[in-house]
Design a protein around this ligand. Structure first.
Ligand SMILES: Cc1cc2nc3c(=O)[nH]c(=O)nc-3n(C[C@H](O)[C@H](O)[C@H](O)COP(=O)(O)OP(=O)(O)OC[C@H]3O[C@@H](n4cnc5c(N)ncnc54)[C@H](O)[C@@H]3O)c2cc1C
Length: 305
């Protein structure tokens, strides 16, 4: 079933008289990556990193999680900042959702993230929530994890065994399950910089602005003249993980965008997506919405988005 933490939390807040008080925990403020990793290694499964706290704190309050140690990573300098590194933009894990809107480097070189940011929750949550926290949590209804797939991003991870990079394609494993091993920390997300021969588009369908999307999608296309040389299309709120639609991508590569190709890509979604039934959104309806959204976004690409 498509699920997301916030909606489950909200429904519990509204409909149940649950005690909203976290179990007692210890708190450690790390100022270096090594300190954070060491503290986690010593506490084992009973520790959690906390960044913006926008998902973790409600989960603690409702005792969906009850770690004995919280390791505050917000004072680790190395996790901050957005900067150019060769052909990539390095976006520190602590970059807040609101900075995706205000940071000029993101607007210029990762415009898909800039376009997605206003759809993430509400201003109060965007002021605290972090890019790294969102990617680590891997809510299948979240905007940013899906956009790391569309952007062919790499997630830089630190753990007791050293550092490694994992492609977004390999990072999202299952519902709230990622390639992160226990005690590993996301340091940064590396995004290939947007180029003049590329176009992007993003949108989502939600009942109300600020709600999690019923279906959402972002795409990045590389052009040779009017021909699409490459395209990466990623959906969210369609299953257990953010999902690239490779059959639809294949229907679009090698030609210019016309009505026939767009229809072929829409038809291909049937092979790419198998949205689960949920109480209020049947599978067929979600697939229909995905087709509508794909058609809309490809139309915008064709207009030069
Ligand atoms: C009412 C409400 C509505 C929301 N709506 C949306 C929405 O529309 N779209 C959306 O995308 N999100 C939404 N969110 C979630 C929000 O975006 C969170 O900020 C985000 O999911 C988590 O980021 P954080 O920094 O707050 O992480 P935290 O809550 O601090 O942590 C979340 C998890 O990630 C882990 N973690 C955090 N940082 C790291 C790191 N660097 N390395 C490894 N693990 C880490 C933590 O241990 C924890 O398990 C909503 C939240 C609420 C409460």
């Amino acid at each position: 079933m498509v699920t997301n933490l916030a909606s489950r939390l909200m429904s519990r807040w509204i409909f149940e008289e649950t005690a909203v008080k976290a179990r007692a925990f210890s708190y450690f403020r790390a100022t270096t990556i090594d300190q954070a990793l060491d503290a986690h290694a010593r506490a084992g499964d009973d520790a959690r990193f906390i960044a913006g706290g926008q998902s973790l704190v409600p989960a603690l309050s409702l005792r969906l999680q009850a770690p004995r140690l919280l390791i505050d990573i917000t004072h680790i300098e190395e996790l901050r900042g957005v900067r150019r590194e060769g052909s990539h933009l390095r976006i520190g894990a602590l970059t807040r959702h609101c900075e995706m809107l205000s940071e000029p480097l993101v607007a210029e070189f990762a415009p898909l993230l800039h376009a997605a940011a206003p759809y993430v929750a509400h201003p109060a949550i965007r002021n605290r929530g972090t890019f790294g926290g969102s990617v680590a949590l891997a809510d299948p209804a979240s905007e940013f994890p899906a956009m790391t797939l569309a952007l062919d991003a790499e997630i830089e991870i630190a753990g007791s065994a050293g550092r490694r990079r994992v492609k977004a394609d390999d990072f999202f494993v299952d519902l709230f399950e990622t390639a992160l091993q226990p005690g590993e920390l996301i340091i940064a997300i590396h995004v290939p910089m947007f180029r003049a021969d590329q176009r992007f588009a993003f949108d989502e369908l939600a009942r109300r602005r600020g709600d999690y999307a019923l279906v959402g999608c972002g795409m990045l296309a590389t052009y040779a003249g009017e021909r699409i040389d490459d395209i990466r299309i990623s959906f969210f709120s369609v299953g257990n993980t953010p999902t690239r639609v490779k059959a639809a991508e294949a229907a679009l590569i090698g030609g210019s965008l016309d009505a026939v190709r767009i229809a072929a890509a829409q038809a291909a979604l049937e092979r790419d997506l198998a949205p689960p039934d949920s109480e209020d959104v049947p599978s067929a309806m979600r697939l229909h919405l995905a087709r509508v959204l794909l058609g809309r976004l490809l139309g915008r690409l064709g207009e030069g988005a």
